[in-house]
Design a protein around this ligand. Structure first.
Ligand SMILES: *[C@@H]1O[C@H](CO)[C@@H](O)[C@H](O)[C@H]1NC(C)=O
Ligand SMILES: *[C@@H]1O[C@H](CO)[C@@H](O)[C@H](O)[C@H]1NC(C)=O
Ligand SMILES: *[C@@H]1O[C@H](CO)[C@@H](O)[C@H](O)[C@H]1NC(C)=O
Ligand SMILES: *[C@@H]1O[C@H](CO)[C@@H](O)[C@H](O)[C@H]1NC(C)=O
Length: 451
């Protein structure tokens, strides 16, 4: 019993399962049966009733359920443990919904990768049987979990990177891009004896990590090929110069800065470069990703990451990429946790296709907030537990601004900190059109003027 009491507070040990009366409803497995007609493990019966508040989707308004991406193990102890302690959110979700019946989805995205959603619904895998949704890649999660950041990604394209290593490296870059959002700035440099900006037009600067820029860089990634020898010193110099200049001129996020280094080894520790640019303050964090199975040069990369407040990871297969890339987010969220910053973030408006009604598509925004433990120990280590969020239909926001208060010619509009329109009487879900229309440009300019 003592052993179980101990593990109760630490990691859940599965032998003690009998102590833990909890239900793990996996949103994909619920109501599924095997050939003999028995419910699948983690599935069980989960009663779903169509609900008109949720566009007649079958939901269960007394329980939440849990989704886990396909590339993760459903019964990973960290996930099982998290599902267990987050079960008490059920009561919070139900109470919230009682108090405010206009609420729609409420959810908790865990730093371990699972996603608890209320009301509980059934999830279907895509046509390939895959659940690709990983809450940690969503804008609301990243925005709430980390402070805005400037990131320079350095990719080794020397001869030794040929073949699978280059493929893994490209996938790693792409996964890093997934974790960047509108508050972040980035650039990608491939290096061998020379520097090759992945987008040569953006030589020497950083660009906002909005969807269009990220897509553009992704297309250019395919053109990388490996040859020659890798001169990491040149690349590091360029990255530091770029980050310094960007910060000093007040561009960029003016918050945290990082260099992501993706390589199959480093022959040196490059102390002189770090001494010149980054020590003793270590304001630029260095994250190193060792590609491949060999660990011969791991020590240098580990040292570089440790000496610059970053993190080292080894990625040996394509399947490892996503999970290993996520590690850096834990490091970047640390200062937020230690300072207990509970900032609320709002995302830009987006279209929720599940709730489209007869009046057409519903515009939504997400409100999110980071979650951390208040225990002194976890607090001092800066461990982020996850992010809570809820979706808000934009028309609910407008109800707080009644027409009679605005006058005959008055109307309300709202814009996010990144210049995206949240609501405007003329806003139609045709995102690309927005900024080509001079009227909308005028709206933005007016806003900047008033603020
Ligand atoms: C939700 O599902 C549970 C488990 O199947 C069931 O006991 C409960 O009655 C359901 N709640 C509603 C409101 O349907
Ligand atoms: C970046 O642009 C400058 C000036 O146009 C040029 O001298 C330099 O070689 C370019 N660097 C790279 C890596 O393309
Ligand atoms: C960026 O510049 C500001 C003000 O000049 C400074 O306080 C901050 O530490 C700098 N950040 C980095 C990462 O160098
Ligand atoms: C936690 O830390 C605070 C401030 O550092 C201290 O006042 C408090 O007593 C600590 N609590 C525990 C349980 O150690």
């Amino acid at each position: 019993l003592l052993k179980c009491a101990l593990c109760f507070f630490d990691l859940l040990c599965l032998e003690c399962g009998f102590l833990l009366q909890y239900e793990y409803f996996n949103a994909v497995l619920i109501n599924e049966r095997d050939e003999e007609g028995n419910y699948l493990e983690l599935g069980k019966e989960f009663i779903l009733v169509p609900n008109d508040h949720f566009n007649n989707l079958p939901v269960n308004i007394s329980l939440s359920d849990v989704q886990v991406p396909t590339n993760m193990y459903n019964k990973d102890p960290a996930i099982v443990n998290g599902v267990y302690w987050s079960e008490s959110l059920n009561k919070v979700f139900v109470d919230n919904f009682d108090r405010d019946p206009s609420l729609i989805w409420q959810y908790f995205g865990s730093a371990k990768g699972f996603f608890r959603q209320y009301p509980g619904i059934k999830w279907e895998p895509d046509e390939n049987g895959v659940i690709a949704f990983d809450c940690r890649n969503r804008k609301w999660y990243i925005q709430a979990a980390t402070s805005p950041k400037d990131v320079v990604i350095l990719v080794d394209v020397s001869g030794s990177m040929k073949g699978l290593r280059l493929t893994i490296a490209k996938q790693t870059v792409s996964s890093i891009l997934d974790t960047l959002g509108d508050d972040d700035f980035f650039n990608i440099i491939a290096y061998n004896e020379e520097l090759h900006y992945v987008e040569p037009c953006l030589n020497g600067t950083l660009v906002q990590a909005d969807r269009a820029n990220k897509e553009h860089f992704r297309e250019h990634l395919d053109k990388l090929f490996a040859k020659g020898i890798g001169m990491l010193d040149i690349a590091l110099n360029e990255a530091f110069n770029m980050l310094n200049e960007f910060n000093h001129t007040g561009q960029g996020s003016i918050c945290s800065q990082a260099i992501m280094l993706i390589t199959d080894g480093a022959v040196d520790t490059y102390d002189t470069i770090f001494a010149k640019y980054n020590w003793p303050d270590r304001k630029v964090r260095i994250f190193t990703y060792l590609i491949g199975r060999e660990a011969a040069f791991a020590d240098n990369l580990k040292w570089m990451a440790c000496a610059n407040k970053g993190f080292f990871t080894q990625i040996s297969t394509l399947a490892d990429v996503q999970e290993n890339v996520m590690e850096y987010l834990h490091v970047l969220s640390r200062p937020k946790v230690i300072d207990q910053e509970h900032d609320v973030v709002w995302t830009e408006a987006y279209i929720d296709s599940t709730l489209a009604d007869d009046q057409g598509l519903v515009l939504m925004t997400t409100v999110a907030m980071p979650v951390f433990s208040k225990q002194n120990e976890t607090r001092s280590k800066g461990i982020l537990l996850g992010v809570v969020g809820t979706d808000v239909p934009v028309k609910e926001l407008l109800k707080t601004i009644p027409k009679y208060k605005l006058g005959i010619h008055g109307y309300a509009f709202a814009i996010t900190n990144n210049g995206y329109i949240l609501t405007h009487p003329e806003l139609r879900p045709l995102v690309r059109m927005l900024f080509t229309d001079p009227f909308y440009l005028a709206v933005c300019v007016a806003f900047v003027f008033f603020s």
